[in-house]
Design a protein around this ligand. Structure first.
Ligand SMILES: Nc1ncnc2c1ncn2[C@@H]1O[C@H](COP(=O)(O)OP(=O)(O)O)[C@@H](O)[C@H]1O
Ligand SMILES: [Mg+2]
Length: 190
């Protein structure tokens, strides 16, 4: 019989300005965040000079959490491509955790508009380059659940086999943030 998962790793996927950090903050969640690590290590969350180091530290922290058996593990980073996400899928398999994605499916124009209002802005060319790189997460990558969050729309949940039987789609009521809380909570402690 298949062992029950020890918990979940929830990866945010989305462009800068798509609302990832706000979503976590509104729920009182403190995710492992690449921006926070840039601030801690480099005193500047926009400093992109030490990407390797930042993600090494983030992954090391996540591994430690999994070794401790923490049930709810959130990663706040852009995680734009299957290649960037594959590491977490492998780690989940290795330590017995389910992989979930929170896909912030927000048009580039909206992200650019929000970005312009920010104090520390991502340059427009960088935003456009990232938008070209963005590949929506898929169940085939190894996610058991993908929650798609669009501004002003109901959250859409795609579930793989191990999450709730056969693959399914469902919607939740829209919230101010375009994300139905219930849809992402499920029955677990997270
Ligand atoms: N659902 C939303 N509706 C309107 N503005 C939002 C929403 N979510 C975030 N914002 C605003 O957009 C900006 C970027 O949000 P943030 O959460 O920092 O994005 P990210 O972490 O994806 O870069 C912030 O100024 C935030 O206040
Ligand atoms: Mg952020």
């Amino acid at each position: 019989m298949k062992k029950a998962a020890k918990g979940r790793i929830v990866l945010a996927v989305g462009l800068p300005g798509s609302g990832k950090s706000t979503w976590f903050a509104r729920r009182g969640i403190q995710p492992l965040s690449s921006d926070t690590l840039r601030r801690w290590l480099l005193d500047d969350e926009t400093n992109q000079q030490q990407q390797r180091l930042v993600f090494q530290v983030l992954r090391r922290l996540l591994r430690q959490r999994l070794l401790l058996g923490q049930p709810c593990n959130y990663v706040d980073a852009t995680n734009l491509t299957p290649r960037e996400r594959a590491f977490y899928v492998r780690m989940g398999r290795r330590y017995g955790y389910e992989l979930h994605a929170l896909f912030f499916d927000v048009p580039l124009a909206v992200c650019l508009r929000r970005n312009r209002r920010r104090r520390r802005r991502v340059p427009q060319e960088a935003m456009e380059r990232l938008a070209r790189k963005l590949t929506p997460p898929s169940l085939e990558e190894g996610f058991v659940r993908i929650t798609v969050l669009r501004p002003g729309r109901a959250a859409r949940v795609l579930s793989g086999k191990s999450a709730r039987g056969p693959a399914s789609r469902q919607s939740a009521r829209p919230s101010a943030n375009g994300a139905g809380k219930k849809a992402t909570r499920g029955k677990s402690k997270c």
